[in-house]
Design a binder for this molecule. Structure first.
Ligand code: SAH
Length: 354
Protein backbone atom coordinates (compact mmCIF):
# COMPACT_ATOMS: atom_id res chain seq x y z
CA UNK A 1 0.00 0.00 0.00
CA UNK A 2 1.35 3.40 -0.94
CA UNK A 3 0.96 4.92 2.55
CA UNK A 4 2.77 2.00 4.17
CA UNK A 5 5.77 1.62 1.91
CA UNK A 6 8.11 0.59 4.73
CA UNK A 7 5.89 -2.23 5.96
CA UNK A 8 6.40 -5.59 4.25
CA UNK A 9 3.36 -7.28 2.73
CA UNK A 10 2.09 -9.87 5.21
CA UNK A 11 -0.46 -12.67 4.82
CA UNK A 12 -3.99 -11.30 4.69
CA UNK A 13 -5.93 -11.93 7.90
CA UNK A 14 -9.27 -12.52 6.16
CA UNK A 15 -7.76 -15.43 4.24
CA UNK A 16 -8.00 -17.34 7.54
CA UNK A 17 -11.19 -19.32 7.92
CA UNK A 18 -12.61 -19.79 11.44
CA UNK A 19 -10.77 -23.10 11.57
CA UNK A 20 -7.55 -21.37 10.46
CA UNK A 21 -7.90 -18.79 13.21
CA UNK A 22 -8.59 -21.48 15.81
CA UNK A 23 -5.36 -23.21 14.70
CA UNK A 24 -3.50 -19.91 14.96
CA UNK A 25 -4.81 -19.39 18.51
CA UNK A 26 -3.79 -22.92 19.40
CA UNK A 27 -0.26 -22.53 18.10
CA UNK A 28 0.17 -19.17 19.88
CA UNK A 29 -1.15 -20.29 23.27
CA UNK A 30 -4.24 -18.06 22.88
CA UNK A 31 -7.49 -19.53 24.29
CA UNK A 32 -9.83 -20.66 21.52
CA UNK A 33 -12.72 -18.37 22.58
CA UNK A 34 -10.58 -15.44 21.43
CA UNK A 35 -11.07 -16.58 17.82
CA UNK A 36 -14.80 -15.83 17.86
CA UNK A 37 -14.18 -12.64 19.78
CA UNK A 38 -11.76 -11.43 17.09
CA UNK A 39 -14.14 -12.43 14.30
CA UNK A 40 -16.97 -10.58 16.03
CA UNK A 41 -14.91 -7.36 15.85
CA UNK A 42 -14.38 -7.82 12.13
CA UNK A 43 -17.75 -9.11 10.96
CA UNK A 44 -20.07 -7.55 13.55
CA UNK A 45 -18.40 -4.44 14.93
CA UNK A 46 -16.85 -3.05 11.76
CA UNK A 47 -13.33 -2.30 13.04
CA UNK A 48 -10.60 -1.26 10.60
CA UNK A 49 -7.57 -2.50 12.50
CA UNK A 50 -6.50 -5.04 15.12
CA UNK A 51 -5.74 -2.17 17.53
CA UNK A 52 -9.46 -1.38 17.79
CA UNK A 53 -10.34 -4.80 19.27
CA UNK A 54 -10.52 -3.47 22.82
CA UNK A 55 -11.31 -6.60 24.78
CA UNK A 56 -8.59 -8.65 23.07
CA UNK A 57 -5.35 -8.57 25.12
CA UNK A 58 -2.83 -6.04 23.80
CA UNK A 59 -0.19 -8.77 23.35
CA UNK A 60 -2.53 -10.77 21.08
CA UNK A 61 -3.42 -7.67 19.03
CA UNK A 62 0.27 -6.90 18.64
CA UNK A 63 1.01 -10.46 17.58
CA UNK A 64 -1.78 -10.34 15.02
CA UNK A 65 -0.60 -7.06 13.55
CA UNK A 66 2.96 -8.38 13.30
CA UNK A 67 1.85 -11.47 11.41
CA UNK A 68 -1.06 -10.25 9.28
CA UNK A 69 -2.30 -7.39 7.17
CA UNK A 70 -5.82 -6.39 8.15
CA UNK A 71 -6.78 -5.02 4.69
CA UNK A 72 -5.61 -6.10 1.23
CA UNK A 73 -6.65 -3.07 -0.72
CA UNK A 74 -6.83 0.68 -0.92
CA UNK A 75 -10.05 2.48 -1.88
CA UNK A 76 -9.22 4.32 -5.10
CA UNK A 77 -12.67 5.70 -5.79
CA UNK A 78 -16.00 5.85 -3.99
CA UNK A 79 -18.99 6.97 -6.02
CA UNK A 80 -22.54 7.55 -4.83
CA UNK A 81 -25.40 7.53 -7.31
CA UNK A 82 -28.57 9.63 -7.17
CA UNK A 83 -30.49 6.40 -6.31
CA UNK A 84 -28.07 5.80 -3.35
CA UNK A 85 -26.24 3.01 -5.15
CA UNK A 86 -22.58 3.15 -4.08
CA UNK A 87 -19.60 1.80 -5.90
CA UNK A 88 -16.04 1.20 -4.69
CA UNK A 89 -13.02 0.81 -6.93
CA UNK A 90 -10.39 -1.10 -4.95
CA UNK A 91 -6.70 -1.33 -5.70
CA UNK A 92 -5.16 -4.62 -4.60
CA UNK A 93 -1.62 -4.97 -3.35
CA UNK A 94 -0.01 -5.47 -6.77
CA UNK A 95 -2.02 -2.63 -8.26
CA UNK A 96 -4.85 -4.69 -9.78
CA UNK A 97 -8.27 -3.08 -9.71
CA UNK A 98 -11.57 -4.68 -8.68
CA UNK A 99 -14.93 -3.16 -7.99
CA UNK A 100 -17.90 -3.82 -5.76
CA UNK A 101 -21.32 -2.21 -5.55
CA UNK A 102 -23.97 -1.54 -2.91
CA UNK A 103 -27.56 -1.44 -4.18
CA UNK A 104 -30.29 -0.21 -1.86
CA UNK A 105 -34.00 -0.92 -1.88
CA UNK A 106 -36.52 -0.16 0.86
CA UNK A 107 -35.91 -3.34 2.82
CA UNK A 108 -32.67 -4.56 1.24
CA UNK A 109 -29.00 -3.67 0.97
CA UNK A 110 -27.38 -5.90 -1.64
CA UNK A 111 -23.64 -6.09 -2.29
CA UNK A 112 -22.33 -7.18 -5.69
CA UNK A 113 -18.81 -8.64 -5.54
CA UNK A 114 -16.06 -9.73 -7.93
CA UNK A 115 -14.14 -13.03 -7.91
CA UNK A 116 -11.36 -12.49 -10.47
CA UNK A 117 -9.25 -9.68 -11.90
CA UNK A 118 -10.75 -9.52 -15.39
CA UNK A 119 -12.62 -12.51 -16.82
CA UNK A 120 -11.71 -15.33 -19.19
CA UNK A 121 -15.20 -16.06 -20.52
CA UNK A 122 -15.23 -13.36 -23.23
CA UNK A 123 -19.01 -12.71 -23.43
CA UNK A 124 -19.32 -10.19 -26.25
CA UNK A 125 -21.29 -7.55 -24.31
CA UNK A 126 -19.28 -7.55 -21.09
CA UNK A 127 -16.68 -4.98 -20.00
CA UNK A 128 -14.89 -7.35 -17.61
CA UNK A 129 -13.65 -9.79 -20.24
CA UNK A 130 -12.19 -7.29 -22.69
CA UNK A 131 -8.59 -8.06 -21.64
CA UNK A 132 -9.12 -11.63 -20.47
CA UNK A 133 -8.50 -12.90 -16.95
CA UNK A 134 -5.42 -11.89 -15.00
CA UNK A 135 -5.83 -13.88 -11.79
CA UNK A 136 -8.20 -15.31 -9.23
CA UNK A 137 -8.95 -13.27 -6.13
CA UNK A 138 -8.11 -14.87 -2.78
CA UNK A 139 -10.74 -15.65 -0.15
CA UNK A 140 -9.77 -12.55 1.83
CA UNK A 141 -9.87 -10.31 -1.24
CA UNK A 142 -13.40 -11.53 -1.99
CA UNK A 143 -14.55 -11.08 1.62
CA UNK A 144 -12.94 -7.68 1.88
CA UNK A 145 -15.30 -6.26 -0.74
CA UNK A 146 -18.27 -7.08 1.49
CA UNK A 147 -16.49 -5.76 4.58
CA UNK A 148 -15.53 -2.49 2.87
CA UNK A 149 -19.12 -1.92 1.74
CA UNK A 150 -20.36 -2.86 5.22
CA UNK A 151 -18.30 -0.03 6.64
CA UNK A 152 -20.08 2.49 4.38
CA UNK A 153 -23.46 1.68 5.94
CA UNK A 154 -25.27 3.67 8.61
CA UNK A 155 -25.18 2.36 12.19
CA UNK A 156 -28.57 0.66 11.95
CA UNK A 157 -28.15 -0.44 8.32
CA UNK A 158 -27.17 -4.06 7.57
CA UNK A 159 -26.16 -5.95 4.44
CA UNK A 160 -29.10 -8.24 3.65
CA UNK A 161 -27.98 -9.90 0.37
CA UNK A 162 -24.82 -10.69 -1.55
CA UNK A 163 -24.72 -11.35 -5.29
CA UNK A 164 -21.59 -12.74 -6.90
CA UNK A 165 -22.19 -10.91 -10.17
CA UNK A 166 -19.22 -8.59 -10.40
CA UNK A 167 -16.06 -9.14 -12.35
CA UNK A 168 -14.98 -12.72 -13.16
CA UNK A 169 -16.43 -16.20 -13.43
CA UNK A 170 -17.15 -17.34 -9.84
CA UNK A 171 -17.22 -21.06 -10.63
CA UNK A 172 -13.71 -20.79 -12.10
CA UNK A 173 -12.57 -19.74 -8.62
CA UNK A 174 -14.60 -21.97 -6.29
CA UNK A 175 -11.55 -22.74 -4.16
CA UNK A 176 -11.36 -19.11 -2.94
CA UNK A 177 -15.04 -18.31 -3.26
CA UNK A 178 -16.54 -21.06 -1.10
CA UNK A 179 -14.62 -20.25 2.11
CA UNK A 180 -15.56 -16.57 1.58
CA UNK A 181 -19.26 -17.37 1.13
CA UNK A 182 -19.21 -19.79 4.05
CA UNK A 183 -17.82 -17.02 6.24
CA UNK A 184 -20.63 -14.70 5.09
CA UNK A 185 -23.07 -17.51 5.87
CA UNK A 186 -21.65 -18.54 9.29
CA UNK A 187 -23.24 -17.30 12.50
CA UNK A 188 -19.93 -16.00 13.83
CA UNK A 189 -19.27 -14.41 10.41
CA UNK A 190 -21.82 -12.13 8.72
CA UNK A 191 -24.69 -14.53 9.49
CA UNK A 192 -26.35 -14.16 6.06
CA UNK A 193 -28.72 -17.02 5.18
CA UNK A 194 -27.72 -19.11 2.15
CA UNK A 195 -30.88 -17.96 0.36
CA UNK A 196 -29.60 -14.39 0.59
CA UNK A 197 -26.45 -15.24 -1.35
CA UNK A 198 -26.60 -15.68 -5.15
CA UNK A 199 -23.83 -16.91 -7.41
CA UNK A 200 -24.07 -16.05 -11.10
CA UNK A 201 -22.27 -18.31 -13.57
CA UNK A 202 -21.69 -18.42 -17.29
CA UNK A 203 -22.74 -22.10 -16.95
CA UNK A 204 -19.93 -24.58 -16.25
CA UNK A 205 -21.74 -27.92 -15.71
CA UNK A 206 -19.01 -29.76 -13.78
CA UNK A 207 -18.49 -26.82 -11.45
CA UNK A 208 -22.25 -26.45 -10.94
CA UNK A 209 -22.27 -30.05 -9.71
CA UNK A 210 -19.29 -29.40 -7.45
CA UNK A 211 -21.14 -26.42 -5.96
CA UNK A 212 -24.25 -28.56 -5.41
CA UNK A 213 -22.15 -31.15 -3.55
CA UNK A 214 -20.64 -28.46 -1.30
CA UNK A 215 -23.84 -28.73 0.69
CA UNK A 216 -24.84 -25.11 1.38
CA UNK A 217 -27.88 -24.24 -0.76
CA UNK A 218 -26.75 -20.92 -2.23
CA UNK A 219 -28.89 -19.48 -5.00
CA UNK A 220 -27.50 -20.13 -8.45
CA UNK A 221 -28.16 -18.00 -11.53
CA UNK A 222 -27.05 -19.09 -15.00
CA UNK A 223 -26.29 -16.52 -17.68
CA UNK A 224 -28.08 -18.07 -20.65
CA UNK A 225 -28.44 -15.19 -23.14
CA UNK A 226 -29.68 -17.36 -26.03
CA UNK A 227 -32.14 -20.23 -26.53
CA UNK A 228 -30.06 -22.32 -28.93
CA UNK A 229 -26.42 -23.30 -29.24
CA UNK A 230 -25.25 -21.49 -32.38
CA UNK A 231 -26.50 -18.10 -31.16
CA UNK A 232 -25.29 -18.76 -27.60
CA UNK A 233 -21.81 -19.64 -28.87
CA UNK A 234 -21.73 -16.31 -30.76
CA UNK A 235 -22.62 -14.38 -27.60
CA UNK A 236 -20.97 -16.59 -24.96
CA UNK A 237 -17.87 -18.22 -26.55
CA UNK A 238 -17.41 -20.83 -23.77
CA UNK A 239 -20.69 -22.35 -24.89
CA UNK A 240 -18.73 -24.12 -27.62
CA UNK A 241 -17.26 -26.37 -24.93
CA UNK A 242 -20.43 -26.89 -22.87
CA UNK A 243 -23.64 -26.51 -24.88
CA UNK A 244 -27.04 -25.56 -23.47
CA UNK A 245 -28.31 -29.11 -22.88
CA UNK A 246 -25.51 -29.98 -20.43
CA UNK A 247 -26.10 -26.72 -18.56
CA UNK A 248 -29.83 -27.37 -18.16
CA UNK A 249 -29.06 -30.88 -16.98
CA UNK A 250 -26.63 -29.55 -14.36
CA UNK A 251 -29.25 -26.98 -13.28
CA UNK A 252 -31.79 -29.74 -12.78
CA UNK A 253 -29.27 -31.65 -10.65
CA UNK A 254 -28.55 -28.50 -8.66
CA UNK A 255 -32.26 -28.27 -7.89
CA UNK A 256 -32.49 -31.96 -6.98
CA UNK A 257 -29.55 -31.74 -4.57
CA UNK A 258 -30.06 -28.31 -3.00
CA UNK A 259 -33.80 -27.73 -3.36
CA UNK A 260 -33.01 -24.37 -5.00
CA UNK A 261 -34.31 -23.64 -8.47
CA UNK A 262 -31.77 -22.10 -10.80
CA UNK A 263 -32.60 -18.67 -12.25
CA UNK A 264 -31.67 -17.82 -15.85
CA UNK A 265 -30.24 -14.44 -16.76
CA UNK A 266 -30.71 -13.19 -20.30
CA UNK A 267 -29.08 -9.95 -21.42
CA UNK A 268 -31.24 -8.39 -24.14
CA UNK A 269 -29.07 -7.24 -27.06
CA UNK A 270 -30.93 -5.27 -29.74
CA UNK A 271 -31.09 -7.20 -33.02
CA UNK A 272 -29.09 -10.17 -31.68
CA UNK A 273 -31.18 -12.22 -29.22
CA UNK A 274 -34.29 -10.11 -28.61
CA UNK A 275 -36.61 -11.19 -31.45
CA UNK A 276 -39.95 -13.05 -31.30
CA UNK A 277 -38.25 -16.19 -32.60
CA UNK A 278 -35.83 -16.27 -29.64
CA UNK A 279 -38.64 -15.55 -27.15
CA UNK A 280 -40.60 -18.47 -28.56
CA UNK A 281 -37.57 -20.81 -28.51
CA UNK A 282 -36.69 -19.75 -24.96
CA UNK A 283 -40.22 -20.45 -23.73
CA UNK A 284 -40.13 -23.92 -25.31
CA UNK A 285 -36.64 -24.62 -23.92
CA UNK A 286 -37.58 -23.70 -20.35
CA UNK A 287 -41.23 -24.74 -20.26
CA UNK A 288 -40.63 -27.96 -18.33
CA UNK A 289 -38.04 -26.49 -15.98
CA UNK A 290 -40.40 -24.25 -13.95
CA UNK A 291 -37.67 -21.70 -14.58
CA UNK A 292 -37.45 -18.05 -13.66
CA UNK A 293 -35.93 -15.77 -16.28
CA UNK A 294 -34.34 -12.46 -15.35
CA UNK A 295 -34.07 -10.22 -18.41
CA UNK A 296 -31.27 -7.64 -18.26
CA UNK A 297 -31.37 -4.80 -20.79
CA UNK A 298 -27.77 -4.40 -22.06
CA UNK A 299 -25.90 -1.73 -20.12
CA UNK A 300 -23.84 0.29 -22.58
CA UNK A 301 -20.08 -0.36 -22.51
CA UNK A 302 -18.01 2.28 -24.31
CA UNK A 303 -15.90 0.21 -26.75
CA UNK A 304 -18.66 -2.35 -27.44
CA UNK A 305 -21.09 -1.79 -30.29
CA UNK A 306 -24.18 -3.39 -28.73
CA UNK A 307 -27.25 -1.78 -27.18
CA UNK A 308 -30.44 -2.61 -25.29
CA UNK A 309 -33.62 -2.94 -27.34
CA UNK A 310 -36.25 -0.19 -27.19
CA UNK A 311 -38.92 -0.48 -24.51
CA UNK A 312 -41.72 -1.92 -26.74
CA UNK A 313 -39.46 -4.72 -27.96
CA UNK A 314 -38.50 -5.63 -24.39
CA UNK A 315 -42.19 -5.63 -23.51
CA UNK A 316 -42.95 -7.96 -26.41
CA UNK A 317 -40.20 -10.35 -25.29
CA UNK A 318 -41.61 -10.39 -21.74
CA UNK A 319 -45.17 -11.00 -22.94
CA UNK A 320 -44.15 -13.83 -25.23
CA UNK A 321 -42.30 -15.58 -22.41
CA UNK A 322 -45.26 -15.12 -20.07
CA UNK A 323 -47.57 -16.42 -22.75
CA UNK A 324 -45.29 -19.46 -23.09
CA UNK A 325 -45.67 -20.17 -19.37
CA UNK A 326 -42.28 -18.83 -18.22
CA UNK A 327 -41.85 -16.76 -15.07
CA UNK A 328 -40.08 -13.53 -16.03
CA UNK A 329 -38.81 -10.28 -14.51
CA UNK A 330 -36.85 -7.39 -16.01
CA UNK A 331 -33.89 -6.23 -13.95
CA UNK A 332 -34.11 -2.66 -12.72
CA UNK A 333 -31.21 -0.42 -13.60
CA UNK A 334 -29.34 0.89 -10.61
CA UNK A 335 -26.52 3.38 -10.36
CA UNK A 336 -26.65 4.26 -14.07
CA UNK A 337 -24.95 7.60 -13.43
CA UNK A 338 -21.89 5.93 -11.82
CA UNK A 339 -21.03 3.29 -14.49
CA UNK A 340 -23.47 0.56 -13.47
CA UNK A 341 -22.66 -2.53 -15.54
CA UNK A 342 -20.03 -4.92 -14.27
CA UNK A 343 -16.44 -3.95 -14.96
CA UNK A 344 -17.30 -0.45 -16.14
CA UNK A 345 -15.81 1.63 -13.37
CA UNK A 346 -12.56 -0.31 -13.64
CA UNK A 347 -12.72 0.07 -17.40
CA UNK A 348 -13.08 3.85 -17.11
CA UNK A 349 -10.09 3.93 -14.74
CA UNK A 350 -7.94 1.73 -16.99
CA UNK A 351 -8.84 3.84 -20.04
CA UNK A 352 -7.93 7.03 -18.19
CA UNK A 353 -4.61 5.49 -17.18
CA UNK A 354 -3.66 4.63 -20.77
N1 SAH B 1 -19.35 -14.62 -15.03
C1 SAH B 1 -20.60 -14.66 -14.34
C2 SAH B 1 -20.81 -13.52 -13.34
C3 SAH B 1 -20.41 -12.13 -13.74
S1 SAH B 1 -21.47 -11.30 -14.86
C4 SAH B 1 -21.75 -14.78 -15.32
O1 SAH B 1 -21.50 -14.83 -16.52
O2 SAH B 1 -22.90 -14.86 -14.89
C5 SAH B 1 -22.97 -11.07 -13.99
C6 SAH B 1 -24.16 -10.81 -14.88
O3 SAH B 1 -24.04 -9.51 -15.50
C7 SAH B 1 -24.25 -11.82 -16.00
O4 SAH B 1 -25.56 -12.28 -16.20
C8 SAH B 1 -23.77 -11.01 -17.20
O5 SAH B 1 -24.26 -11.56 -18.37
C9 SAH B 1 -24.30 -9.62 -16.88
N2 SAH B 1 -23.64 -8.54 -17.63
C10 SAH B 1 -22.34 -8.40 -17.91
N3 SAH B 1 -22.13 -7.30 -18.67
C11 SAH B 1 -23.32 -6.74 -18.87
C12 SAH B 1 -23.75 -5.58 -19.59
N4 SAH B 1 -22.91 -4.80 -20.23
N5 SAH B 1 -25.09 -5.31 -19.58
C13 SAH B 1 -25.96 -6.11 -18.92
N6 SAH B 1 -25.59 -7.19 -18.22
C14 SAH B 1 -24.30 -7.53 -18.20
Amino acid sequence: MSDETTRPVLPLFTNLTRKGLLDWCDSHGVPSYRADQIRQWIFGKRVNDFSEMHDVPAAVRKQLSEEFDFWACRIVRHQVSSDRTEKLLLELREGDLVECVLMRETDRATVCISTQVGCGMGCIFCASGLDGVKRNLSTGEILEQVLRIDRLLGKEERITNVVVMGMGEPLANLRSLLPALDTLNEKGGMGLGARRITISTVGLPEKMRELARHGTPYNLAVSLHAPEDSLRTEIVPTNKRTGIAAILEASEEYFQITGRRVTYEYVLLAGRNDGPEQAKQLAILLRYHAAHVNLIPMNPVAPIDLTAPAEPRTKMFVEMLEHGGVNVTVRKRKGADIDAACGQLRLTELTLEK
